[in-house]
Design a protein around this ligand. Sequence first.
Ligand code: ATP
Ligand code: MG
Length: 249
Amino acid sequence: MSTTTDRAPSGIPGLDEMIGGGFPRGRVILLLGEPGAGKTIFASQFLVSGAKTGNERGLFVCLEEARVHLYREMRLFGWDFTRLENQGIISFIDATPLRLLPEKVKVGDVAIDRKDFSMLSLTQAISREVSRLKPSRITVDSITSLMLQYPDMVQRRAAIFDLVGALVTTGATCLVTSELKSVGLRRNLEMEEFLAHGVIVLQSLRVGGSFTRMLQIEKMRETACDTQPRPYRITEKGIEVYPGETVFR
Ligand SMILES: Nc1ncnc2c1ncn2[C@@H]1O[C@H](COP(=O)(O)OP(=O)(O)OP(=O)(O)O)[C@@H](O)[C@H]1O
Ligand SMILES: [Mg+2]
């Protein structure tokens, strides 16, 4: 499988051969997965490998956990975010305070809805850091709680549109993670999946008598990809996919 599009190697062993050599550069890829599926590890591996092999700067936008926790967890895989940050290669935006906002945010006499305020603050913080760092890779981990603020589908679509739009204007290759709400091979699709340029799903399925972790490329624009579910493992080196193996026999 090959295409002429410029590619950003994913840093996940086994994955690039399923997607024509890497993610199409400048695109927004959605990584969906169950809790504990390895979304944060995947996102970190993408940034660290870009920094190590391509000298690519990366921005980590974290909405779920504090910097200190993330850095400690990732050190177990040998990824030293503190050093990379000190070297100016990786930068971190702690967006967790957005979760603590009141329902209405008062700015002078004007009351702004929490969801509007949080989306605006997030996209502005990203754009400010992008101007400074000029990263070629960005990860946003995860948008689950942000999206829960939009039960209304029209508003949700607009919010995803805003976020994807803000990420596309950075020119970086972006990986956005989100929790998988329904599992199985015939699950309901979420709005995010229609609006992202690429979608990768991580889930754990019962095959025979045991559970198997499987990765599936749902879509990848500009790419002839392997859409079969393939097994993956999380080891002390991070995530690895086995494109030569099948999940179902
Ligand atoms: N050294 C290791 N070897 C094997 N598996 C590991 C190792 N360290 C962590 N894991 C696995 O990684 C999983 C956590 O990965 P990660 O935090 O990336 O998941 P996540 O999808 O981001 O979860 P959440 O939805 O809670 O944010 C754990 O479920 C654990 O099984
Ligand atoms: Mg996580």
